[in-house]
Design a protein around this ligand. Structure first.
Ligand SMILES: [Zn+2]
Length: 281
């Protein structure tokens, strides 16, 4: 599932491409997507925001479009703000518009925003802009790296539970934005065993982990996110972090830091976890 860097890439590109466009029509091709068209048609995009893994498109008519792409949702923009699009990624199965295009936002100046979603777990909602921060899903989100997750808050949330540290840092209600790929890499970078009870981590290690999380998220943002599963950015291309992971996906490869062990994989909380058995004892 997309994590903070992937959704940040979606938010940034949607902001760049949609800003100034007015929505002139909405075509809903799947009844699961109940979008109150009358609240957004005529609205002009003034900006985009991100809360955890939720992207928000703010309109000038006091309404906002909220969306979570979940496993396989994709927004693809075509129009004047992307004059020379690169070839569409093969991850956009069937193209746009195609059999997996569920919603089409028609924009002025010949712009179009397509929403594709093979698994259809993603959602799109419309709320009054003033209500966005009180929306159920957003209100539940914990503090977020680069926003309001201070080192102090991070230490407190670790010290309150004996659940495995990896499970805790991926819990969106404890802290927002970090999923499996970046949690795995941050724990390797901080030399912490993902199974270690969170409240057992010493202050020095807590700080190391906090800094490691910020560091891997920054790398993820730099590479435009990681294109696992179906993740593409709104320009229709893939992110590149998957080619730059530290531990994630490296089963059987030697650890480049210690040169004393090879990466092992096991499941923790149902998610594939990669560790160096020497560095992360
Ligand atoms: Zn190692």
């Amino acid at each position: 599932m997309p994590e903070l860097p992937e959704v940040e890439a979606i938010k940034l590109q949607l902001g760049k491409f949609l800003k100034g466009h007015k929505i002139i029509g909405v075509e809903i091709r799947n009844p699961k997507y109940e979008i109150p068209k009358e609240n957004i048609i005529g609205g002009k995009v003034i900006g985009t925001r991100r809360f955890g893994k939720v992207s928000v498109i703010d309109l000038d008519n006091k309404y906002s479009i909220l969306t979570h792409v979940k496993l396989t949702g994709q927004f693809i923009y075509r129009g004047p703000n992307l004059p020379k699009p690169k070839e569409l990624s093969k991850k956009v199965v069937g193209g746009v518009p195609g059999p997996h295009t569920l919603v089409i936002f028609n924009l002025d100046k010949k712009g179009v925003l397509y929403y594709n979603d093979i698994r259809r777990f993603g959602w799109i909602r419309v709320e009054k802009t003033e209500d966005v921060e009180n929306e159920k899903f957003i209100k539940k989100l914990g503090p977020e790296p680069f926003k309001d997750l201070t080192l102090k808050k991070f230490k407190t949330l670790l010290s309150k539970t004996k659940r495995p540290v990896k499970v805790v840092i991926m819990d969106q209600e404890k802290m927002g934005g970090v999923g499996n790929i970046y949690a795995t890499d941050a724990l390797w970078l901080a030399k912490i065993n993902p199974r270690q009870p969170a409240n057992d981590i010493q202050p020095q290690e807590q700080k190391k982990l906090y800094e490691a999380i910020l560091s891997v998220l920054k790398e993820g943002i730099k590479w435009g996110g990681a294109s696992e599963l179906a993740f593409v950015t709104p320009d229709g291309t893939e992110g590149n972090y998957q080619g730059h992971t530290l531990a994630y996906g490296h089963t059987g490869e030697p650890c480049e830091r210690c040169h004393k062990a090879r990466f092992e994989k096991y499941f923790l909380g149902g998610r594939g976890t990669y560790v160096c058995p020497f560095c992360q004892k």
